[in-house]
Ligand binder design. Structure first.
Ligand code: ATP
Ligand code: MG
Length: 393
């Protein structure tokens, strides 16, 4: 008996010529991530990716965990294989391998698939035989074909058969890199890591930018953002994190502009700087964690005034989500606990007492013209430093 991990990927997105490209992106990503779990062979055939340990030290538990975070995989499962492709051989394999996955379950059904059409039994016959074998090995089980606690799957291929039970839901989405590259504006908050996760899920290779305002924001606040970026890599893969100083811009805004416009002005600087660095880095879009109406700078009008300075499209995957929905995702992806650590963000440094919730663009521009916008942007871009955030296995 040999143990493998079977991965299934969505068929619908894999149309025509794109299919081969998507498949090789997926395999490449899996190979990269599995290196950290031992020595594995990754191959594919008929819309299934097979992950097989090459030696004793290969950690199947860790590999299954890694696979669960790879976008593009809709379902995966640990399975056992046999080259003894007779009905008896398959039943023996099922009796040996499956009981450990059936412990504590009451009902099951068997679904067999036979892609080797020379196999002398049809799928319903295979299901019935394997079902019978399992009933004798696990007498506490009953068959329930409508709502089973667990579905046992048998796949008979050319020269090899697989059995497995309890297929797990994969991360879904599209393989990283299949939707180009995007620049995530990453704060220390709850929303922007979730936004990054959501776009990575749609195949976007992430790059990130964080704005700091040292000494108004601390070194610890920046560490927190690096930690969030690191947590994101478990789904999104390694990424470059740009860190840009807004200190001088914030001081200038505070010195020269009407307090009601502080936040909106600052956000226009952020967008402009992110837009330029994104283009230099080959990104096709900006990504933010904004959610409509959440705070004064996220009203429709406020978003309109910040959007106006970006040339690249701005993707806001959280725009229609409630805070609670964003929190649920943050918890699922493991960023929530870090996000709620209380460190200051540059946006909270000079918060106006009465921010404009319905800013008019001409008034915003009039405020902005009190400063040398271009020079301040150039000066901030010159502070850009890039941290390489490695994939966290
Ligand atoms: P988050 O939880 O992501 O911080 P938020 O609800 O606190 O969001 P804002 O502070 O208004 O909202 O920020 C809106 C978006 O602007 C963030 O989701 C993020 O994409 C971006 N942003 C805010 N502050 C920064 C920062 N210091 N560096 C980079 N991007 C930022
Ligand atoms: Mg924030």
């Amino acid at each position: 008996m040999r143990e493998v991990i079977l991965c299934k990927y969505g068929e619908l997105i894999l149309k025509g010529a794109n299919r081969a490209t998507f498949e090789s992106m997926l395999v490449k990503e899996l190979r990269f991530r599995l290196q950290f779990c031992g020595n594995f062979a990754v191959s594919r055939s008929q819309s299934i990716i097979y992950i097989e340990p090459r030696d004793e030290d290969a950690d199947m538990e860790a590999a299954a965990e890694a696979v669960s975070r790879v976008f593009g995989i809709v379902a995966y499962d640990r399975a056992a294989s046999t080259e003894n492709c007779t009905l008896e051989g398959i039943c023996a394999l099922a009796r040996e391998y499956l009981p450990r996955f059936l412990r504590g379950k009451k009902t099951f059904k068997v679904e067999a698939k036979r892609s080797n059409k020379n196999f002398p039994y049809k799928s319903p016959e295979i299901s019935a035989e394997v079902g019978g074998a399992l009933l004798s090995a696990c007498p506490y089980l009953r068959v329930n074909v409508h709502e089973p606690d667990v579905t046992v799957r048998v796949e008979v291929r050319e020269g090899v058969a697989y059995v497995h039970a309890g297929q797990k839901k994969g991360a879904g989405g599209m393989p990283i890199g299949s939707s180009d590259r995007g620049m995530l504006l990453l704060s220390g908050g709850i929303d922007s890591p979730v936004a990054g996760y959501m776009m990575a899920k749609r195949g976007v290779k992430l790059e990130a930018i964080h704005f700091e305002s040292f000494p108004y924001t601390s070194e610890r606040a920046k560490q927190k953002v690096m930690e969030l970026a690191s947590l994101l890599t478990r789904y999104a893969g390694g990424l470059n994190l740009h860190v840009v100083s807004l200190t001088h811009i914030q001081e200038e805004i505070k010195r020269a502009c009407n307090e009601e416009y502080f936040t909106i002005l600052l956000r226009r600087y952020m967008m402009t700087i992110a837009d330029r660095i994104a283009k230099q880095s080959g990104c096709g879009a900006l990504i933010t964690g904004e959610s409509l109406g959440q705070v004064a700078s996220q009203t429709m009008r406020a978003i309109g005034t910040t959007d106006a300075v970006a040339e690249l499209p701005v993707l806001r995957p959280c725009i229609g989500l409630d805070k609670q929905e964003i929190v649920v995702t943050a918890q699922k992806i493991g960023t929530f606990e870090t996000s709620i650590q209380p460190y200051e963000d540059c946006c909270t440094v000079f918060t106006p007492r009465h921010p404009k919730t319905r800013p008019e663009l001409d008034k915003v521009i009039a405020e902005e013209q009190k400063l040398d916008f271009e020079a301040l942007v150039e000066e901030a871009i010159a502070t850009d430093t890039v941290e390489r955030i490695k994939y966290l296995p």
